[in-house]
Design a binder for this molecule. Structure first.
Ligand SMILES: [Zn+2]
Length: 397
């Protein structure tokens, strides 16, 4: 909070000549280094958020070499997340203060410890989000969002997010608007062809009157306290799970790999979307996928979502490990677990078909604040509904 305290203490132990030198360097750091770090912080904190992206755009536009500032942005964000190290930059009394500050960026760019969740990091996250709404609205949000997405894709586009290959695992630059939007997914890559020509695509609108109604087996959720890692993969917030969670249905046991979110809900019931949806992605030993969709509507805050948002990474492809045993998937499930069931696909490229879908009929509630926080990062990450093409949709009574 008070960067001036420490330098004074340090100065008093030095010779007068040294004091002047150190003071001079400190001042030049204040003049040059600090504003730069702050500017970088702001750009990165709010990367995918529309209103707050102005500093990043401005910065990239005004500084000729684009690679270095981008590295700075990532590094500065990590440093801020791991404990406000910008303070130590200011008080550095090394002879090459400026380059030391710069190199401390590069050397701390990828420490594993930077991803360790700490209370400070969580607070920084919350602050960053709270700050978003106060940012200047002058810049065109759509333009800056696209710019930042392009930058994020350029930065991270060739790293396949580990552990997420099943639902959102492709590294090609697909998105939810413009040229790379859902209408064009099938053309982006030969492997995405099925997005365009598939006949059993997801999501769908579920028209209740057209469903097969009758008895169906209850879903058997075997969920226990687990650990996980929250990932911002550029398309959604996803939690990769470690733990013993499974779903038994249709004579097969599927292990829960990950869950992630969309807004608005991708699924419609009688042409109505929910505010959000959580997709719980399971896989059995044969490699078949079963996805449970939990619709999310505004109401009381949800405990599990609160925990996930607390550790939400702000930077694309950042991963934040959650504390051991903190995840209880039961907190996300509604009491009434009747469902709609049909065969569909992944809702993201490569849109692979043959996925067993269960959409729970009763929505779970989350608070408007929780919705808002996600939407600041991902204003819209829902694929539009796809033709049902006569597929049977079963309604478990
Ligand atoms: Zn999904």
């Amino acid at each position: 909070m008070k960067p001036s305290n420490t330098p004074i203490a340090t100065l008093s132990s030095l010779t007068p000549v040294f004091k002047l030198m150190v003071l001079g360097m400190g001042l030049s750091l204040l003049a040059l280094g600090l504003p730069r770090v702050y500017a970088a912080d702001h750009g990165a904190e709010h990367t995918p958020a529309p209103a707050a992206s102005k500093p990043a755009v401005k910065k990239a536009g005004t500084s000729p070499p684009e690679e270095a500032p981008l590295v700075d942005i990532k590094a500065a964000l990590r440093e801020q997340m791991t404990g406000k190290k910008k303070v130590t930059l200011v008080i550095s009394d090394k002879p090459e203060a400026k380059s030391a500050a710069a190199s401390s960026h590069s050397t701390t760019a990828k420490p594993a410890a930077a991803h360790e969740p700490e209370p400070v990091a969580a607070k920084a996250t919350a602050v960053a989000h709270a700050a978003v709404s106060h940012s200047s609205p002058v810049v065109n949000p759509r333009a800056s969002r696209e710019y930042i997405r392009a930058k994020a894709a350029a930065l991270t586009g060739h790293e396949a997010p580990a552990g997420s290959a099943d639902a959102h695992g492709s590294e090609v630059h697909w998105g939810y608007e413009g040229e790379n939007g859902p209408q064009n997914w099938g053309k982006l890559k030969p492997e995405f062809n099925v997005c365009a020509i598939g006949k059993r695509q997801s999501p769908i609108n579920i028209e209740e009157s057209a469903t097969l109604q009758g008895p169906a087996e209850p879903l058997q959720f075997n969920y226990t306290a687990s650990s996980g890692t929250v990932v911002n993969n550029g398309h959604t917030i996803q939690v990769d799970l470690a733990g013993d969670n499974s779903l038994t249905v249709r004579g097969s046991t599927y292990r829960l790999l990950q869950f992630h979110f969309h807004t608005p809900s991708e699924e419609q019931v009688n042409y109505r979307n929910s505010s959000m949806v959580a997709h719980l992605v399971h896989k059995n030993n044969e490699g078949q996928l079963a996805v449970v969709a939990v619709l999310l509507d505004p109401g009381v805050a949800n405990a599990l979502i609160g925990k996930v948002w607390t550790y939400m990474p702000l930077d694309t492809n950042d991963r934040v490990r959650m504390p051991l045993g903190i995840i209880d998937m039961n907190e996300l499930l509604p009491k009434d677990q009747r469902y709609f069931q049909f065969i569909g696909s992944l809702t993201t490229p490569p849109c692979t078909e043959g996925v067993l879908w269960m959409v729970l009929k009763q929505p779970t509630q989350l608070s408007r604040e929780q919705i808002r926080m996600f939407q600041q990062l991902f204003p819209n990450n829902a694929r539009p509904v796809q033709p049902v093409n006569g597929r049977p949709v079963r309604q478990a009574q």
